[in-house]
Design a protein around this ligand. Structure first.
Ligand code: F6R
Length: 614
């Protein structure tokens, strides 16, 4: 949510910043801007809309300079227009700032600054910071880095900030609290700063992930120094970046989303690596080994997440309860944190998050930690905030997910939860050896079965063409296919803007059935298993009201085929593993419908990939 990038060194900053913004555009695309220091001048350009608009706008301007900051915005305070775009500058034009996060007490600070004569040019919360720094510089006679530190002492909220100043054209200052900021240490005494490592990876693999309330001062002469806001010097912890550049490119696919859908056989396999061996009959999640016994003994586990990750938790609930006989509560992180939840010392709270930066999930975890819970994380982004505040956790290893709609991260989350449930069930003795071994063997086959599902792409595209003009859609499923229905509906609404709802199939008759007529597509998971016959009855109820049925069925199914308008076959598998296969046709359906409707599938309107505000 908002992407920031900055450069200081001997190279021309502008091309580095623009490329960086394009990499970070998935974090927000309401406006973009850049500020460059060149020959004692601070040149600042910003434009509503995508980075491409900024590039057009700046094409005939002076974009030289070896120090610069840039920003791509997801609007929180103030409309997405030119004046609210970052960077923001001080009244005297000396300072420029970019910011990701929210200054919660901005209104109090703003009032005070206005009363002292400061004139605001934007409606953003960020602008208070630049005037505050300017004000402290004037009042206390300190340089802008020290003024930033003092300013942050009176700021409440979340921030990743980078500031430059005409007064010190060889220096860049950055600070972070609750919003991510990574510093890449270049090979030519240069430094790259960004919200994540994607703009950095092609220049260096040496990075420092800033911690909360740290300030980095980067100077062309003295290099990088880290302080905390209490003015104590800190030692930077330099890490090796594992990211591959190819993972950030479309690799011949028309969209990142399509690429990421097709990557799932690989990403699920990567998730297994070193954790699952069906031949030898073991499953082990090294990252949570130290807390395994607590999981085995747990009476209750709480899972917290948002959006698609919350759907993965719902699948996890079925797995943990059915296989490991552990009572699971799945909570929207945003609700959990404000509900005075009952958490006791030693309770286990598992956060699931692709980005590892979601503000609500972070806050829910912090609350649980403060009440003495053991907090575990399942994250995709290595080094992310959630992965750093948890006691232990497991990465999903899905690789960078650039499409704003989550696809491969979801199946990777479900894979980790499946591995966890199996490991606990086996050790706890709630699953016998034969069943355990059969499940491991089935699980190991999932990547190949996902490949088979993907071979149906052309058939799915033809179905999408029939329903692309729908205005509403229902998604139905039972058991662990209910979260698959929720996820199918979310995918459709977020990228194609078709209104869609997911329901447990049996709930349809308690209300949603009133919506069904000949124009209503109903997408149903009707695979073989415990609830098969029940779902067949639900399909009949829809058909009796002339609704259109698009059913996901087990290969070779004959019964649903006779009733449904369309079927999409998926390979047979253990019932517990169906979500890993049944999700994929829904992803493809949403993708094709959105493309046919002319929607921007990788960057849907109003959305951002990493939601770092409440
Ligand atoms: C939907 C989607 C969102 C995220 C949600 C949580 O496709 O991507 O619903 O799942 O914002 O994000 P993470 O998983 O990063 O915590």
């Amino acid at each position: 949510m908002c992407g920031i990038v900055a450069y200081i060194g001997k190279k021309e900053a502008y091309p580095i910043l623009i490329k960086g913004l394009q990499r970070l555009e998935y974090r927000g695309y309401d406006s973009a801007g850049v500020a460059l220091l060149s020959n004692g001048e601070l040149n600042l350009y910003k434009k509503q809309g995508k980075v491409a608009n900024l590039v057009d706008f700046a094409s005939d301007k002076n974009t030289t300079g070896q120090i610069g900051i840039a920003h791509t915005r997801w609007a929180t305070h103030g409309e997405p227009n030119d004046k609210n775009a970052h960077p923001h500058s001080s009244s005297n034009g000396n300072l420029a700032i970019i910011h990701n996060g929210i200054i919660e007490n901005y209104d109090v600070l703003k009032e005070e600054l206005i009363s002292r004569g400061y004139v605001f040019k934007s409606d953003t919360d960020t602008e208070v910071l630049v005037h505050l720094i300017d004000d402290i510089q004037k009042k206390e006679g300190v340089w802008f880095g020290e003024a930033l530190r003092i300013a942050l002492l009176s700021v409440t909220g979340a921030y990743a900030i980078v500031v430059i100043s005409k007064d010190k054209p060889d220096t860049i200052v950055a600070a972070r609290k609750s919003s991510p900021l990574v510093i890449g240490i270049g090979k030519e005494n240069d430094f790259y700063l960004a919200s994540d490592a994607t703009p950095i990876v092609e220049y260096t693999d040496q990075v420092v992930y800033m911690n909360d309330e740290e300030i980095a001062v980067i100077d062309l002469k003295d290099g990088m120094k880290l302080w905390n806001i209490q003015d104590e010097e800190k030692t930077p912890y330099v890490q090796h970046l594992e990211l591959q550049l190819e993972a950030l490119e479309k690799g011949g696919y028309e969209h990142f989303m399509l690429k990421e859908i097709h990557e799932q056989p690989r990403s699920i396999n990567d998730c297994f690596r070193g954790r699952l061996n069906a031949t030898e009959g073991w499953v082990e999640l090294g990252g949570i080994k130290d807390y395994e016994q607590q999981l085995i003994n747990a009476n209750r586990v709480v899972m917290v997440a948002c959006g698609t990750s919350w759907h993965a938790c719902l699948v996890g609930e079925y797995l943990f309860e059915d296989l490991a006989r552990i009572n699971v509560e799945v909570e929207y992180a945003s609700e959990f944190r404000y509900r005075n939840p009952i958490i006791n010392e030693g309770d286990i709270v598992i956060a699931v998050s692709q980005s590892g930066e979601t503000a609500d999930t972070m806050a829910a975890l912090e609350l649980a930690k403060s009440k003495g819970a053991i907090i575990l994380g399942i994250c995709n982004v290595v080094g992310s905030s959630i992965s750093r505040i948890t006691h232990a956790g497991s990465y999903t290893h899905a690789g960078p997910e650039i499409g704003v709609a989550s696809t491969k991260a979801f199946t990777a989350q479900v894979t980790v939860l499946t591995l966890m449930a199996l490991s606990i069930a086996h050790k706890k003795g709630t699953m016998n050896e034969t069943k355990f071994r059969t499940m491991l063997a089935e699980l190991e086959l999932i990547p190949d079965k996902v490949k088979k599902v993907l071979e149906n792409n052309a058939h799915i595209e033809r179905i999408a063409a029939e329903y692309k003009d729908a205005t509403n859609a229902l998604y139905l499923g039972r058991g662990s296919s209910f979260p698959v229905a929720l996820e199918g509906a979310l995918k459709l609404k977020e990228i194609s803007y078709i209104h869609a709802e997911g329901y447990p199939a049996a709930e349809m008759k308690h209300g949603p059935i009133a919506l069904i007529d000949e124009a209503m597509p109903v997408f149903v998971v009707a695979t073989k298993g415990t609830s098969y016959e029940k779902v067949v009855s639900n399909i009949q109820e829809v058909k009796a009201r002339k609704g259109k049925i698009i059913a996901i069925v087990t290969e070779g199914d004959e019964q649903v085929k006779l009733m449904a308008d369309h079927i999409i076959e998926i390979p047979d598998t253990d019932e517990h593993l169906v979500p890993l296969l049944a999700t994929v046709p829904f992803q493809l359906l949403s993708y094709h419908m959105a493309v046919m409707r002319g929607c921007n599938v990788d960057q849907p309107r109003n959305l951002a990939k990493s939601v770092t505000v409440e």
